[in-house]
Design a protein around this ligand. Structure first.
Ligand code: MN
Length: 288
């Protein structure tokens, strides 16, 4: 059984731009090694937006040295980037963006969602890249909901959507630079699930709604994260009510993490270069 090392409490909300009321469930700031290969997990919403004329969100900004993974549950996000990528991320869809050597993008509510308003809920995960891949060409994988396998659990206990990694022999569609798993799990009230996780990987259970009890003794509710020891390979979940959670597991990257805002590099020198590249327009611009 994997031991629980820590349960984080639900953080306060802050706004990212005017479109994303975010709680930062995981951050690399205090101890990067503890959460590696992950850097951040932001949970936006749930929030109900009124109809509007101008799309809310975040205008053009850079990223370098890592990947962003956006999973939309409710609402719609429109994306456009300096590598020529663009698209709409709707409910159930996942966008896996490799910033790598550097990208500039905007993240806005889609035109349709802006007009109608309504419930909005998404997560954005930042996944670090090993130093050898930090200069990878920017790009993104648009992963549609219908291409994400869903495994129904026995006895109506719920379901597992496999975004990345392999669950019960089923492998998710995301291509990753290092071994990692992202599973979007729904549990019905009173469901029990013994979850197998890769031994040696960093592992976290982020509760997005409801309440779960882990290993029979530790409870976690909305916007709380259960951090698990890397030793051992199973964890026991009990849903105290209908619950949704995101399981994140990944092979740790044993390298320095030097971050400044949207840049995360492996050394101060590499960070200074990335910032200089951005300021001098060398990581591209968004077309108007
Ligand atoms: Mn961004």
């Amino acid at each position: 059984m994997k031991a629980i090392t820590r349960v984080s409490i639900a953080p306060r909300r802050h706004w990212v731009g005017d479109g994303f009321p975010v709680r930062s469930l995981v951050s690399y700031a205090p101890d990067p090694a503890a959460v590696s290969p992950f850097l951040l997990l932001d949970y936006a919403g749930p929030h109900v937006f009124a109809p509007a004329e101008q799309p809310r969100g975040v205008g053009a900004h850079p990223h370098a040295g890592f990947e962003t993974v956006t999973i939309v549950f409710d609402g719609e996000v429109a994306h456009r980037d300096s590598a020529g990528g663009g698209g709409t991320i709707g409910p159930g869809d996942v966008q896996w963006m490799t910033a790598g050597a550097g990208i500039v993008h905007e993240e806005l509510h889609s035109a349709a969602f802006t007009r109608t308003g309504g419930p909005f809920r998404m997560v954005q995960l930042w996944v670090n890249l090993p130093a050898r891949d930090k200069q990878a060409a920017p790009g993104y994988q648009s992963i549609q909901s219908q291409n994400i396998p869903v495994i129904d659990l026995e006895n109506g206990a719920g379901s597992v959507r496999v975004v990345a990694g392999t669950y019960a022999g089923v492998t998710g569609p995301a291509r990753t630079f290092t071994p990692l798993s992202i599973w979007d799990i729904r549990l019905t009230a009173d469901a029990e699930l013994d979850l197998g996780l890769p031994a040696g990987h960093t592992a976290m259970l982020a509760v997005l709604s409801g309440h779960v009890t882990v290993n029979g003794n530790e409870r976690a509710g909305e916007a709380e994260v259960v951090h698990l020891d890397r030793e051992g390979s199973t964890v026991r979940l009990h849903a105290d009510g209908n619950s949704t959670l995101l399981v994140l597991a990944g092979e740790p990257i044993d390298e320095p993490v030097i971050g400044h805002g949207p840049f995360v590099l492996e050394s101060e020198a590499a960070l200074a270069t990335a910032i200089d590249d951005y300021r001098n327009g060398r990581i591209g611009r968004l077309a108007h």
